[in-house]
Design a binder for this molecule. Structure first.
Ligand code: PEP
Ligand code: MN
Length: 453
């Protein structure tokens, strides 16, 4: 800490400051400059002189070390890896997807969801049993029976479970049924709860308070750490700003910033962070790119009929598409189910024998063959499109919009097979765009040649 004296401070003021510092068992280093005097404070319990700013002649007190100690990189250079129910999160581990419903609604829905998210490559299951809702009149969660359903889903799928603890009275029950204790945004400042989970042997997922600064959030982590629990995962979940277009403003800059200040693993929850289903996937990918160690994603079998947070929940297909993207961008390397590193129970989805290699290779050979033919056909199609353009006149503007629309409609209607009409429309849309680009290049070359010639 540095105490900056005002230019008008007297020698007596400086002496009073020095004596106050020393009276608290700290060391004071007085440095007299041309215009003003500064006093450096060194010692382990600097907070004891936090009031020094009110002494006569003091202009400013500048803190040079962080108020959090155990969470800080100053005292812990290596990043921490928390092992949650067997799944490593943080230092040296790949991104972990934690997925599941906002709240557990029934045994079937949580089992269904657990199987699916596991199948798609999630490594942990989330699900609320006790819900801290803004209104006391909305669904508050199924409570204890939900903990048993989560434990059953865990036993079947092997996915460790994350669930929110809202009351110290439930802590023992929670510890028996879940692998990670979530402290929710609304409870980030509940110091009694923070101390209680700090005495637990279960890792803690600490959500950022929606009105909390990063420093306050790290101080909340400090409560848990200083109570004896070193397994804390921070979770950015959006903060309240003047913006009303999204449920919260997801502060992704918090991720690289936290990496600078703390060694603790960092998760991001784009579901609560945005409140809108179609924003979840892009923000999840952005969070991964920003350096998140884990993602917390709400997934529901039937979002429109969810009892809580339906508008921000992904359905199974949407979650699958997100996992595909995470794999494509290599944030996640595990394949679905078989390679995800959790131990499946004997009756679980992962218990089938590995598919035999030879038939798979044969089928993949057929796919390679088809892809080759499709590529050749696409080139052939583009070449004919250029011929059309040649006949029409190279300086006339390209395509026939009505014909293109007809083609798209026809493609969507005509064929039978596993692809949905929208998927076919998307593919033909891409073909038409590529074809137009090729035509445009040809026109440009033609016009340039004419102007030069
Ligand atoms: C939740 O994850 O279920 C939840 C209630 O989140 P938050 O505390 O971030 O609002
Ligand atoms: Mn929710």
């Amino acid at each position: 800490m540095i105490v900056v004296m005002s230019p008008s401070a007297t020698q007596a003021d400086v002496t009073a400051v020095r004596k106050t510092i020393e009276a608290h068992g700290l060391e004071a280093f007085v440095s007299v400059g041309q215009e003003r005097t500064v006093v450096g404070v060194v010692g382990t319990d600097i907070e004891r002189v936090a009031n020094i700013a009110s002494l006569a002649g003091v202009e400013q007190v500048i803190r040079v070390t962080q108020p959090y100690k155990l969470a800080s990189v100053e005292h812990h250079r290596e990043r921490t890896r928390v092992v949650a129910g067997g799944v490593p999160i943080g230092q040296g581990s790949e991104l972990v997807a934690i997925a599941g419903p906002c709240s557990v609604e029934s045994r079937e829905m949580v089992l269904d969801t657990a199987r699916w998210v596991r199948h798609e490559g999630a490594r942990m299951l989330r699900g609320g049993a006790f819900k801290p809702r803004t209104s006391p009149y909305t669904f508050q969660g199924l409570g204890k029976p939900a903990l048993e359903m989560l434990a059953e889903a865990r036993a079947e799928t092997g996915l460790p479970v994350v669930s929110e603890v809202v009351d110290t009275a439930e802590l023992e029950d929670m510890e028996r049924h879940v692998d990670v204790l979530q402290v929710g945004s609304r409870n980030m400042h509940n110091f009694v709860l923070l101390r209680a989970v700090g005495r637990s042997s279960r890792p803690v997922l600490l959500k950022r308070g929606f009105g909390a600064t990063i420093e306050e959030w790290l101080m909340a982590a400090e409560y848990v750490l200083s109570s004896g629990n070193s397994d804390v995962i921070l979770c950015e979940r959006g903060i309240r700003t003047f913006e009303t277009a999204t449920r919260n403003t997801l502060d992704l800059s918090a991720v690289p910033l936290l990496r600078r200040h703390t060694h603790l693993p960092i998760a991001v929850d784009p579901s609560h962070g945005t409140g809108q289903r179609d924003l979840v996937t892009p923000m999840a990918l952005a969070a991964a790119a920003a350096g998140a160690d884990a993602l917390l994603i709400e997934v529901h079998p039937d979002p429109p009929n969810a009892r809580s947070d339906g508008p921000q929940s992904l359905d199974f297909a949407e979650f699958g598409a997100l996992m595909d993207e995470l794999r494509r961008l290599q944030f996640v390397r595990n394949g679905a189910a078989a390679g995800n590193g959790t131990a499946p129970a004997s009756d679980g989805a992962g218990s089938e024998a590995q598919p035999p290699g030879a038939p798979i290779r044969k089928l993949r050979g057929r796919i390679d063959d088809l892809d080759q033919r499709i590529a050749t056909l696409l080139q052939e199609r583009a070449a004919v499109a250029l011929e059309v353009q040649e006949v029409r006149g190279l300086d006339r503007h390209g395509h026939d919009v009505a014909r293109e629309r007809e083609l798209l409609e026809h493609a969507a209607r005509a064929s039978t097979g596993p692809l949905e009409p929208e998927e076919l429309t998307a593919i033909f849309g891409a073909i038409l765009r590529a074809s137009r680009s090729a035509q445009r290049r040809r026109s440009e070359a033609h016009m340039r040649a004419r102007h030069e010639g």
